[in-house]
Structure formats: C-alpha cells, structure tokens
Design a protein around this ligand. Sequence first.
Ligand code: ADP
Ligand code: MG
Length: 727
Amino acid sequence: MNSSLEAFFQPRAVAVIGASRDPEKIGYALVDNLQHCGFNGQIYPINPKSAEILGLKTYASIIDVPDAVDLAVIAIPTPQVAAVLAECGQKGVPGVIVITAGFGEIGGEGRKNERLLVETARQYSVRLLGPNCMGIIDTVIPLNASFAGGMPLPGHIAFMSQSGALAQAVLDWACAEGIGFSRFVSLGNKADLSEIDFIRAWGADPHSKVILAYLEDIRDGAEFMALCRQVTRQQGTPIIAIKSGTTAAGTRAVSSHTGSLAGSEQAYDTAFKQAGVIHAASVERLFDYSLAFAYQPLVASNRLAIVTNAGGPGILATDAAERAGLQVANLAAATINRLRELIPDIASALNPIDVRGDAFEDSYDMALRLALADANVDSVVVILTPQKLTRVEETARVVARVVAEMKNGDQKSLNSNQPLSSKAASINLPVTPKPVLACFMGEAHVRDGISLLQKHGIPNYAFPERAIEALQAMWQYRQWLERPLVPPPRFDFDDHCLREIFAQVRGDRRVALAETESHDIAAAIGLRVPKAELARNREEAVALARLIGYPVVFKIASPEILHKSDLGGVRVGINNDLEARGAFDLITARAHRFAPGAQVWGVTVQEMVPPGREVIIGMSRDPQFGPLLMFGLGGIYVEVLKDVVFRIAPISAAEAQAMINEIHSAPLLRGVRGEKSPDRDALCQALLRVSQLVHEFPEIVELDINPLVVHEQGAVAVDVRMVITPE
Ligand code: ADP
Ligand code: MG
C-alpha cells in the first residue's frame, strides 16, 4: 500500500472533529459508523461543548487529544475548517478527511477557500481527502469513516465516486444485491487526493480484484493514462470507469473540422481505451461488468456457449453476442453427440444448447459440464426462465456446484450432500477455470435461486444482453492484456524549418498559418504536397500556372478564409491561360464579396493532383488529454458523414492501422469492386508523422489535412491548415 496514504488505509486512531450527540447530525453518524464497523483502533470525538459522545470521552480540540491521531474527519461549519485543519497539522495528524461542503463546488470565494485548505495541508504535510465528500469505508481494516447509511458487505470491488450522493444510492443497492466491496472512497472536490492516488494504491492491493470509478473529471490526463496503463497491464487489475458531465473545452474558438468533431466525450473514450480502462456507458453496466471481473476468472477468448431452457432468450443472447464481437462457439462433434446421448429429449444440441422448457437440474448439470469441457468454448452463459416444471433453486445449486468443482480442480461431490450422477461424474471439467455467468430471468420465482448463485460467486444478470456485455468487457480486457506494446516509430523532421515557420507566424501576430506555411510544415515532416506558389495578381497567376504546368488548381489565399470552397474560393482543372485569367478574377472577386473584411493576398496556384481516395487527418488539442488525433473519410462532407475515429497521440504503427480499419468506410480504403487499393502504407506513414508532429510541438493547437489524397501509390496532402498558440 502506498505509504503516503497509510493514514487512510491503516489508521490506529481516528478523530471526529465536529462530533455530535444529536442523531440528526453528520457528526453523530460519523462516530456511530466508526463505532459499529468493527474498527478496533481509538476513536476520539472532538467537540468543545460535550464531555462525552456515544459513550466516548470527548475533547475540546484535536490538540487536547493525549495520543497520536492518524486520521481526522472534519465535519464543522465551512468558515472554521481551515483553522481546524491547521490544528490537525500542528498535532501531526497525517491524514484528514474534510466532509464539509461550501468550497470549490460553489465557485468564487469557495474556490479561494479551497486553495487555502490545500496550502495549509501542504504546509503541514497533511494529505487531504475532500472537501465536500462522504468519507472513506474499508471492509478490510475494517473502517467506516463516512456518514454512509451503514457498512457495505465485504468483497473484492474497490469503488471510488466523485459523487457522494450517487455512492450512497449505489452502496445501498449493492447491499440488497449482495455485492461486496473491499474499499470505498468518496472523492469530493479532489482538492488534494484524487483518483490518481487511489488507483495507485488499489492497483497494488491484494484485496481488490477490480477498481470501479465514477468520475466527473480527471485531474491530470497524461498521468491518469500512464498510471492506468500500468495498473491494468503490469498489475493486472482491471479498471472500469464511468465518466459523466462534460468538461468545458475552453473558450478557444474552434475553426477546424477536427475541432468541431472532437468533443471531450471522444477524448475521454479514447483515453480510456488507450489506457486499458473499460468505459462503462451507465452505472448499471459499471456494476454488471465489475461482478464478472470480481467473481469469475477472466475469459481466455471470445467463444461462448449458451445453455438455456427457452428458445427466445437464447436467440437474444446470440444476437447480442454477434453485436458485441463475441462468437457463439461451434461445439465439437463429440460434445454434440454426448449432449444428445446424455439428454435424450434435448431440443438443440447445437449452440445455444436448448435443454427444453421442462428440463430439470440434471439436464442443466450435464449441458453445463459438457459446454465447459469443450475446448472450443471459453465461457458459458446459463439462461433460465421459470416455467411450470422448472426447479429454480435446484438448478442454481447445480450451477454453483459445477463452478465450484471447476475452481477447486474438479473435486467431485464438493459441498453437496447429493451424490453426483454417474453420467455427470464422467464429464471432466477444464483444468483452467472458465467464466460462467447466469441469467435467471424473472423476479418472484427466481429470487431464491439468484441469491443462491450470488452466494456462490456466480453473477446473475436480469437479461441475456447484460450478461453478454459483461463478457464483452472481459474479452476487451483480455485483448488489452495480450496486445503487444510497441512504441511509436521516430522520424527525423526538419525541426529547424518548423520552428522558423512558427516564429514567422508569431512575428506577424497571427495564429493561423497561411496555406504555403502549412504546406511547408507538411513537407518538413515528410509528407508529399503539391507544387504551389502564391500569385498576387492575374499575370503572376498565369505565369505560375505555366511554370507548374497545366492543369492547375487556384485557391483563394487569405489568412482569414479557412474554408475556401464555402465561398467558391477553389477552382480545380484550370487548363489554359484563358481559364487561368478568368479563375483569378472570379475567385478574388468572390472573396471580396463574401468575406468583405478579409485580407486577400491573391491566389495559390497548385499542381493538380490526380483523383484518389480523400481522407482527413486532423488534431485538436484536448484540455485534459492533449493531442487528440483524428482520422476519417475526408473531403468537403466530413462534418456531414462524421465517419471519423480518434486516438491520443503519439500512436504506434499498429494503432495507426487500427484507426484506418475502424472507420465505417474502411472497405473503401481497401479498394471496392475491382478498384486498386489505395496505398495504405503511405496513409499509415502520414498518420504516424502527424502524430509525432503534434506530440512534439505542443504549440500546434489545431490541425487539419483535408484532404489527404491517397493514390494507388503514395498520398498527397492537398489542403493543410494549422493554428498555433499565440506565444
Ligand atoms: P477547402 O477545404 O478550404 O474548401 P481544399 O483545398 O480542400 O479547400 O479544396 C477543396 C477540394 O478541392 C478538395 O477536397 C479536393 O477535392 C479539391 N482539390 C483541392 N486542391 C486540389 C489539387 N491540388 N488537386 C486536385 N484536387 C484538389
Ligand atoms: Mg479542405
């Protein structure tokens, strides 16, 4: 356990500052919870107006406590908190929980007061949880330094919540569902301790098999990602997180395609994925997934078997599995034969295995054993609907028994008075346990069966889709564990040239790069760009067009006009001098008309690039996670089609390939209907080069290459746009 947090995880003496005799006060609930949670250290109520609270000797101030105090819980009016925190510091208390609200969350004054708390804590080397939090609960110590309505059941789930109120509801619900926790913390305003500290501590905690987080924001995106990667991969502790609320993306005006498509939603989702964090879309899923991880072994692969006594739910499970990227396993011929032999009236011996509506527990027993024994099967979902003849509890018992036998290395007749049928006993369970999830559907008739399953560590899901999603989360984690970690490649860029261009732009007090400047940047990082020159008047345009060679493209050159086609500022396929003169006049006239205030430098004369597949590579800097790289189908319809994917840079070659494969129109990048395939290598290279550029040059705040035209051989960056920070 992390030493700086020892005060929170192994306190020997806890003080409650603001303890109260009044059962309606938080100061009472805190003392009461500490007294009734099994904590065997000292409890010191602090209150200048009482001599005794709940039978405990009470002190007027923390300073008066004769012995050392490891953890102080503060629940007093807001204006007094800072002074009392300082007293804790003077007393040498290493950990303080501030329950009191009215700080950063109210803004203005509150934020200032919160900063004062942090400064005070730093001054005395006190670690601070909160303010505005519910406290901490630990079933391992045990300790309940919170005002939650009681102690949760012990278990292997470590849970942190940025919302105290949500946590209250969740803990209560979990208690009814029989779900247990190892540790729980209410993070509050995260003035000092944050998700980072607890993920670090819990990642190495043998009592916590899975970490759950309800987060509203993240303190430090880069640190969060690095830590989660380490915890999920090296320490093998899965992290499941739900993120609510949107983060303000700053006041910066978004001018790029990428900027308009990249919200904080995308950034979080992408960051979670790249850090191995399983992103739950709802609180329900957060717990659905956690049960599978906490109680069942991790899946080895994605082939599942379904055992059911009803056709419909089996089909629902099959459909859900397909959507989730799981495979309904092809059972081995031997399994199918034995199913038919051992369960003569079986409705289907193919997967889903349908044991029929009138099946008793013995059919479930054999079907489950045979499914688990099949080498083509990695996990089993047992579905039961309570039909007239169904023996719910007996079936639950059989499932629990098979799972226990598998876990304990196939020791038959384990904790059951009933001897195993010889037929069932003849089936050898796998040596490495496979996850089994249950889906006993209904309510009144299945309740006792479900309790029995839960008691034996078999998660039950009300509907097949939820069980399947939990398996999908496990499969996602398995893939993450097995993904080779290859560092991004490193290219040699002309850094000097890049820096010079940025200096030039800033010298002009601009933030947007001119087309020629951004093309020079693209060239400096090794991308191919069309030949291009700026023409300031009609005759210069004609001369340049001849020099570059017809056909050419004219584009309006203005630092203020970002989306050139929108006002008719792009003419492709100019074939001769006559057309060139006309195009120059037309484009500049349109610019003056549709963008009256804009500075017009002239037109950019560009080499005409042969047609190819148009894609977009972009970047928008996220305030939390930094360079959010985007890839998608490009051209002028990007915002309409929204067929784009994101990654946080820098990315590896495998990730670049994955991005290319993830967009919906990915088949278009493989060549359809006899077309030659666009050059995927060149595309991948371009993504990697841009990734390195935006990673190494944080001054670039937005970037769009739209389109990058990908040919059968090579790719050309036809339109590059970039915005940098002012200084
Ligand atoms: P904007 O995005 O500002 O409207 P672009 O430079 O992207 O302007 O041009 C719009 C479209 O014109 C591109 O998507 C591409 O289809 C076509 N185009 C632009 N430049 C060229 C070129 N050099 N060769 C071929 N086609 C081009
Ligand atoms: Mg464009």
